[in-house]
Design a protein around this ligand. Structure first.
Ligand SMILES: NC(=O)c1ccc[n+]([C@@H]2O[C@H](COP(=O)([O-])OP(=O)(O)OC[C@H]3O[C@@H](n4cnc5c(N)ncnc54)[C@H](O)[C@@H]3O)[C@@H](O)[C@H]2O)c1
Length: 519
């Protein structure tokens, strides 16, 4: 049974040769990050991209791109699949791994196939870097089994990974790149410092992330990229990052006696049809011209409404209560927004558009994290322009591509410090954590995970010091699952409070992370 038989029993040894990477998914994200950064690592003699996998329908496009941007690595094409991996693909990829001596697989494909590739890579005893979110489930907004399935998928991967660790140590990193961002680990440091000085954990957190996108109705119903049409949306797109930062900030303030034992999640989703009540067909027609708008949309108003009926969430608001022994001890409010201030002013996106950055996207992100009366940290990052090449130079200023600021407000008299307010810019954070690099700051942060992987493979980093290993994602994965489960309960007229049990032991031998239940 090739699908389930483990085929490794070795021990990882640091390698003097460049580490050999296999990339799965040559999409916009891999092109912007992994392919670019692996070239740098190759020049430094540390790592090499030896092969890349994509789907047969994308063969011509991928070959064309590879010929110009990364000639050399073998290209492998597989039929389109989601989960599980078809046996013929298993055979095809098994051969590649054995022949090319792969050390690490980067899974940067469409998230619906993440689990299949993850389980396959674990079976080979390979190191893994997997893009967020860990998995997605179709119809998670309408089917409680699918919503709960997100946490079951995580369990299945973790169980397989833990089993592998009994025979071979490997990493399985989730590319949640804020874990590699000085602004975020600086915030965690400051939370931990207040906890150490005063005993106070985080008592309240408000996070807002807006993709600053405006996808038009015809695109909402038709688009396969970061789709709504399959019954999941914003929470499964960039939402995972903020479930993760919520966990990281909370965890930074936890101590044995103050760690919560339960989480309650209540979500409110704005659905595509709800958005269409705010910005109606007539409003769209008034902005773009009725004739041009109708011609571009390709569906009647009624068809759009019917198609949107089962689609994924457009915006999401989560209210989260962290409890200990039945008492709420801290609260979080997370706004995950597809739309908000955007720079889109056009109707058609043209041929082969960049559907991620090239459609008027301007990110706005903010976090306020409070540790009782002792500290409030504010993180603020706001761009004014969509395309970086039409932006002002990338300074740290408000509205520029690199705008990123951390403010720490502290009760200095209690803490014995001189100033109540300190402000850290990107430049300050670069100096503090020695990470200075040219270019767009957030893009450089996205290489952190590769550098960490290579450090480990060279024997320069221990597994338990890695920033984003799979076992440390049980809470954000459960939050994602619970966000959908809460929405389904609400739509069924049930109590939307969805509980996550945290009263498990986190010791490695008795690790039973939280599951979100179907009922
Ligand atoms: N951290 C970040 O800031 C960030 C930003 C964007 C995307 N992402 C994540 O990165 C991943 C890739 O994103 P993307 O925007 O490039 O996505 P995408 O949907 O374009 O998919 C990437 C590639 O995967 C290929 N693919 C689909 N199914 C496949 C299969 N079964 N086998 C092999 N290849 C397959 C597609 O053909 C495509 O070329 C996703 O998980 C996404 O959530 C992360």
């Amino acid at each position: 049974m090739p699908l389930i038989t483990p085929i490794v029993a070795a021990v990882s040894e640091p390698t003097a040769k460049p580490a050999r990477f296999l990339l799965v998914g040559v999409g916009p994200h891999a092109k912007r990050t992994f392919i670019k950064h692996l070239k740098v690592l190759k020049d430094e003699g540390k790592a090499e991209l030896v092969a890349a996998v994509d789907v047969i329908p994308n063969q011509a496009r991928t070959e064309e791109y590879a010929a110009v941007h990364f000639p050399g690595p073998e290209l492998i094409f597989v039929p389109m699949f989601r989960d599980p991996m078809p046996p013929s693909v298993v055979v095809q990829l098994d051969e590649v791994v054995a022949r090319l001596g792969i050390d690490c697989v980067i899974i940067s494909a469409e998230p619906e196939c993440h689990k299949a590739y993850g389980l396959w890579a674990i079976r080979h005893g390979l190191h893994v870097i997997m893009d967020k979110p860990i998995t997605v489930r179709r119809n998670a907004v309408t089917d409680i089994s699918q919503a709960a399935g997100i946490s079951e998928d995580y369990h299945e991967l973790l169980e397989a990974y833990n089993e592998l660790q009994t025979r071979k140590e490997t990493f399985f990193l989730i590319n949640s790149h804020r874990r590699y961002h000085p602004g975020f680990y600086c915030t965690s440091d400051m939370i931990a410092e207040i906890q150490a000085k005063t005993g106070c954990p985080v008592t309240n957190l408000v996070s807002t992330h807006c993709d600053g996108l405006w996808r038009l109705p015809g695109e909402i119903v038709d688009q396969h990229y970061h789709p709504f049409r399959y019954g999941y949306g914003k929470v499964s797109h960039s939402g995972y990052h903020f479930l993760d930062t919520t966990y990281l900030f909370m965890k930074a303030g936890w101590s044995a006696s103050k760690r919560p034992d339960e989480i309650e999640v209540v979500s409110s989703f704005l659905m595509p049809n709800g958005f269409m009540r705010s910005v109606t067909t007539k409003d769209h027609q008034d902005i773009f011209g009725a004739e041009a708008y109708d011609a571009t949309t390709g569906h009647s108003e009624k068809q759009v409404e019917e198609l949107m009926e089962t689609m994924g969430e457009y915006d999401a608001m989560l209210q989260i209560a962290f409890k200990r022994e039945g008492e709420v001890v801290s609260t979080a409010h997370i706004n995950l927004l597809h739309t908000g201030f955007s720079r889109r002013s056009w109707l058609e996106n043209g041929k082969n558009p960049d559907l991620y950055k090239g459609v008027g996207r301007v990110k706005h992100e903010s976090h306020e994290v409070r540790s009782g009366p002792f500290q409030t940290i504010v993180i603020d990052s706001r761009q004014a322009n969509d395309k970086h090449d039409r932006s002002k130079p990338s300074t740290a200023e408000l509205g520029s591509d690199n705008h990123f600021e951390v403010q720490s407000w502290r009760n200095c008299d209690v803490l014995g410090e001189s100033d109540p307010l300190k402000v850290y810019t990107v430049a300050d954070l670069d100096r503090r954590y020695d990470t200075q690099l040219p270019g767009i700051y957030s893009e450089n942060v996205k290489r952190g995970i590769l550098w960490e992987a290579v450090d480990y493979l060279k024997g320069n980093k221990l597994l338990n010091k890695m920033a984003s290993n799979l076992a440390d994602h049980s809470v954000p994965a459960a939050l994602m699952s619970a966000a959908y489960a809460s929405h389904v309960r609400r739509t069924l007229g049930l109590n939307p409070i969805t509980r996550i049990d945290l009263s498990y032991s986190s010791s490695r031998c008795n690790h039973s992370p939280p599951l979100v239940h179907k009922c």
